[in-house]
Design a protein around this ligand. Structure first.
Ligand SMILES: C=C(O[C@@H]1C=C(C(=O)O)C=C[C@H]1O)C(=O)O
Length: 188
């Protein structure tokens, strides 16, 4: 059971951000003064079983993986992991390889011939693999993490994009000021 659902369990502002259409990068950029992308990992890396199934990749479970932090005014607010089959990273999705610190949105929302399948949602429980990985790159992120994912198709090649929301639910409703680098354990 992958735990992904078509139901957006988010409430209020977080629910609206989880359901947001179009470019998440553009929305984040509009919420602060400086938007930036920090690349954590990119290259030929193992896929999870869940990702391999979502991509229809049988057998060998390595793929092309890009992991980033999206930052607003220097504060990491989204962790994103995008994956595709290795062969597709050399063909339909080869432009992902050369992105560097430009957002993936520059590829997905500026080129024709790309379609997006419906969003899925998941609440990652504390002390599971992804929240533990994220604590290493973003200490202070909530222990339980809200995420969404969708598949983009180009020339019938799937690219699975997962976005994990790192600020606590309350931060997604407030003004820009909530992005300020505060310790989200409640200490200013
Ligand atoms: C798909 C988008 O691109 C964002 C940027 C990403 C990147 O640079 O790797 C990955 C996922 C998204 O959060 C978007 O902005 O909607």
């Amino acid at each position: 059971m992958s735990g992904w659902t078509d139901h957006n369990f988010g409430h209020g502002g977080l629910g609206r951000w989880l359901a947001a259409t179009g470019s998440l990068s553009a929305r984040l950029a509009a919420s602060g003064d400086v938007f930036s992308v920090q690349v954590l990992r990119q290259g030929r890396l193992p896929l999870t079983v869940d990702e391999a199934q979502a991509l229809g990749v049988a057998g060998r479970r390595d793929g092309y993986v890009r992991e980033v932090l999206l930052k607003v005014d220097g504060v990491p607010v989204v962790f994103a992991r995008s994956v595709t089959a290795h062969a597709h990273s050399l063909a339909a999705w080869r432009s992902v390889r050369g992105l560097g610190t430009r957002p993936l949105a520059d590829v997905l929302f500026r080129r024709s011939g790309i379609t997006r399948q419906p969003m899925q949602f998941k609440q990652f429980k504390p002390n599971t693999a992804l929240p533990r990985q994220i604590q290493r790159v973003r200490p202070g992120a909530p222990r339980s993490l809200s995420a969404r994912r969708s598949v983009f198709l180009r020339q019938q090649a799937p690219l699975l994009v997962m976005e994990v929301f790192l600020a606590p639910p309350a931060a997604w409703t407030g003004p820009v000021a909530r992005w300020q680098p505060i310790d989200w354990k409640g200490r200013p």
